[in-house]
Ligand binder design. Structure first.
Ligand SMILES: [Zn+2]
Ligand SMILES: [Zn+2]
Length: 269
């Protein structure tokens, strides 16, 4: 069956990777989402979800694009070990916004260099091109629109549209209200919204300003922007499966179109 957009969540954990039986269901890998649309392969963020083998079945193209929200390490740690980057037959376009005077390439090179990492970007075999992030651009037939997130040091919110469907990826976002006008108009009516929901309201009293949303606020935003489906992501590293499932029951009682994203799940739009 043909779908305009196929999405696979490879990592939905926030801040740092976690492992252990208590995280088995939602997964411990950090931010990474694979998207197929219009014959293009787009990777949203290169967290540890990009490691391992989970990407392989869902990766038909040797030409791919990596759209990075920002260079915090939980969003970049998978990049230096992604096998297609060491395949001379691959072509990769990396998008990362210039921040604090550093180009996207320079931000990646800040991680991929001794003493933090043994090899530099010049060891990549794939034909790799770095791009700054504009308000709008396209990847083949896929339209990409962006908006600036509210996050310490900045982050980019991406919207991918193809064939009348759209995915909005808004992680590392600390909205200032339950219906932020700019975001709600940007994401209005999208097919799938992937939205940061790291904290509970109680935790937020100590984590305000860290650059993340709360579960309650993100549930309200998912409804306010009319997303057909909302998956909450960037789960706090201490949040166990049991806790997420319990929180999810109360979310679903309010709105069956909103739940927590699970590492490894696929969504067909
Ligand atoms: Zn993050
Ligand atoms: Zn961040």
């Amino acid at each position: 069956m043909d779908h305009a957009i196929q999405v696979k969540l490879l990592g939905v954990r926030g801040t740092v990777p976690v492992h252990g039986p208590e995280f088995a269901q939602f997964g411990g890998a950090t931010s990474c989402v694979l998207v197929h649309a219009g014959g293009e392969t787009v990777i949203l963020d290169a967290g540890t979800g990009l490691s391992g083998r989970a990407w392989q079945d869902f990766f038909p193209n040797r030409r791919f694009s990596v759209l990075i929200t920002h260079a915090h390490v939980d969003h970049l740690m998978g990049f230096p070990i992604f096998p297609p980057l060491f395949d001379g037959g691959c072509q990769c376009d990396v998008y990362l916004k210039t921040r604090e005077g550093c180009s996207g390439r320079e931000q990646v090179e800040a991680l991929m260099a001794p003493p933090l990492w043994p090899i530099r970007t010049n060891a990549l075999k794939a034909e790799t091109r770095f791009h700054d992030v504009k308000d709008a651009f396209s990847i083949g037939p896929v339209a990409v629109e962006t908006m600036d997130s509210l996050h310490p040091g900045g982050s980019t919110i991406y919207k991918l549209s193809y064939g009348g469907t759209s995915v909005v990826y808004a992680t590392d976002y600390e909205p200032e209200s339950d219906a932020p006008e700019d975001f709600c108009s940007f994401a209005q009516g999208c097919s799938l919204l992937l939205l940061d929901a790291q904290y509970t309201a109680e935790e937020y009293s100590c984590t305000r300003g860290f650059g993340h949303s709360t579960i309650g606020r993100s549930v309200a935003i998912g409804a306010a922007c009319g997303a057909q489906q909302t998956l909450l992501v960037h789960h706090d590293p201490k949040r166990t499966d049991e806790q997420l499932l319990e929180l999810e029951r109360s979310i679903q009682a309010q709105n069956p179109r909103i739940r927590f994203g699970r590492g490894g799940e696929e969504v067909f739009l």
